[in-house]
Design a protein around this ligand. Structure first.
Ligand SMILES: [Zn+2]
Length: 225
């Protein structure tokens, strides 16, 4: 099983297979940027697959080593969210100061190296919209403060073309939810097991799944006495 690997700029060659977008995005461990991604569980590990990247960019999570505490599970859950749609030119009036945005960050001055990080909208400088080939084009300028990435803490003035809108509603991905809930529930069993061993009660039902947790609990008890 591969351990987490460094993400490389191995963009899959065109044409991209036609299939529905993943509908969710993931903040990569390698660069903390957001990418459209989908997940599956393979041999008990969570495999995160980046849209339009080859599989050597996949990130893997070992439910035992990588998710050793409830906090680890919550942190992993927070790496996923609904995909942030691009701001439509005609909808710029919907934005309000304080809105969370996800912006393309042109780190190296190279369009192929765009990475997406979060920012907060500070102000909007309205401008009359034009029309190109019958399509409305937003000419407003958005002052943003980066909250992530290499420009974190910096202010920038950007155009509609780099703005995506962070969605607050929770994602609905059954595979991800089931994996995270299973790991999270393990810690509940861990606490039950600790309580049970403290009372010298019989081993609780389902103990096979918490063998390693029991070991941890008994080590904690040994240290305490
Ligand atoms: Zn506008």
């Amino acid at each position: 099983m591969p351990k987490s690997q460094q993400r490389q700029a191995t963009v899959a060659p065109a044409p991209t297979p036609r299939r529905p977008r993943p509908g969710m995005e993931y903040r990569a461990r390698s660069d903390e940027a957001w990418y459209p991604a989908r997940v599956l569980v393979q041999d008990g590990w969570l495999r995160v697959m980046f849209e339009n990247f080859l599989e050597d960019a996949d990130e893997w999570y070992d439910p035992v080593a990588d998710l050793a505490s409830p906090g680890d599970v919550d942190a992993l859950r927070a790496r996923f969210r609904r995909e942030s749609p691009a701001l439509h030119d005609a909808r710029c009036g919907d934005l309000r100061p304080g809105d969370r945005l996800c912006l393309a960050c042109d780190i190296y001055g190279d369009a192929d190296e765009l990475k997406y990080y979060d920012a907060v909208l500070e102000t909007v400088e309205k401008a009359a919209h034009g029309t190109v080939d019958g399509v409305e084009r937003c000419a407003c300028r958005f002052t943003v403060r980066w909250t992530e990435g290499p420009r974190r803490g910096c202010w920038d003035k950007v155009g509609v073309e780099v703005v995506c809108c962070v969605q607050e509603s929770p994602i609905q991905d059954p595979v991800l939810t089931e994996f995270l809930d299973d790991v999270r529930n393990r810690f509940g069993e861990d606490q039950e097991a600790t309580a049970a061993s403290q009372e010298a009660a019989p081993t609780p039902a389902g103990s096979r799944r918490v063998l390693f947790s029991l070991k941890t609990a008994s080590e904690r008890l040994a240290r305490r006495s």
